[in-house]
Ligand binder design. Structure first.
Ligand code: KMH
Ligand code: ZN
Length: 303
């Protein structure tokens, strides 16, 4: 019998923009409500970014996080995971500000640099709500999502060692698994490791199930029994890949950060709708979902 599936929900992110969906949570109130609903629907971990409430632009200010984190913590038992990916163009100090301020149980760590092409999305939209949106998407044509070895060292020492925060290690390609193995070899991070494999980002590994199988095989070789793995896939691949992960004994991530859709041509009306959908799939395949307490125990979180 395989272990209960840990569902992570990422309600807003720093990639999709307000014009793309009216259901994308932007304000602290919207992010709080979306997170609470997602937790009630079965998400054990909530992966969080903040946005400027006026423009919807990704914003790393702890003052904005402070307007929704306590509400989520008060209303749910879900594990709070603060992104250190932030938004493209933020400095590494910006990216760590909120996690440093709130010392969460978990934070994301992007385990390598990559091109992060969001500009193809621009083609689908014409009537922009804010001028920053098309400019931001276009800027990704010539931007690297920078996560150098120095950045990785800084983050694991600043958060992992100083706060006891554990990481959602986001791996967008095979080489990123080896970067994580390098961090382990340095003695800077301790297991169990939570490896979030990311498929279908332009610049990262494609959403092909052979890639998933191979990354899983290599992660098994590198991390043995000392890791939990999870899968997220961008856009239309989201549910398919979450299902494949479930079938292979992995965990899943959904949320409007990764896909705005619930099904083909159907915008997701909420984050909870995606959590409910993957939960139904998981349970109909004969699996169960993990509670936050089970996730904490399996991932070795400080609680
Ligand atoms: N949007 C995901 C593909 C982060 O926040 O650290 C990447 C992500 C990055 O979740
Ligand atoms: Zn994120």
């Amino acid at each position: 019998m395989s272990k209960p599936v840990i569902i992570t929900c990422a309600p807003t992110g720093g990639i999709h923009t307000p014009t793309m969906s009216a259901h994308l949570p932007i304000t602290p109130d919207e992010i709080a409500v979306a997170s609470i609903e997602a937790a009630e629907a079965g998400a054990a971990i909530i992966h969080l970014h903040a946005r400027d409430p006026e423009t919807g632009k990704p914003d790393p200010s702890p003052e904005i996080f402070a307007q929704f984190l306590p509400r989520i913590a008060q209303a749910t038992d879900a594990v709070i995971n603060i992104s250190t990916g932030g938004g493209l163009g933020m400095t590494r100090e910006d990216r760590l500000k909120a996690a440093n301020a709130f010392s969460p149980e978990m934070a994301s760590l992007n385990v390598g640099s990559l091109n992060f092409g969001i500009f193809p999305m621009k083609k689908k939209y014409t009537d922009w709500k804010h001028p920053w949106e098309p400019e931001f998407l276009e800027s990704t044509r010539d931007l690297v999502f920078k996560n150098t070895f120095a950045d990785l060292e800084y983050t694991v020492k600043e958060l992992g060692q100083a706060h006891g925060t554990k990481f959602e290690f986001e791996c967008y390609d095979l080489g990123h698994l080896y970067n994580l193995a390098w961090l382990i070899d340095q003695g800077w991070v301790k297991g169990p490791f939570f490896v979030q494999m990311v498929f279908g980002v332009l610049g990262g590994v494609g959403a092909d199930v052979d890639n998933l199988m191979h990354m899983h095989t290599i992660a098994d070789k590198l991390f043995g029994d000392d890791y939990e793995w999870s899968v997220l896939a961008a856009g239309r691949h989201q549910m398919n890949f979450a299902t494949q992960s479930t079938l292979l004994g992995g965990n899943v991530r959904v949320g409007l950060e990764d896909s705005l859709y619930l099904g083909p041509g159907q915008l997701a009306p909420s984050n909870a709708s995606q959590v409910k959908k993957i939960r139904t799939i998981i349970e109909s395949l004969g699996h169960t979902i993990a509670t936050p307490a089970e996730a904490r125990q399996r991932l070795g979180l400080k609680g």
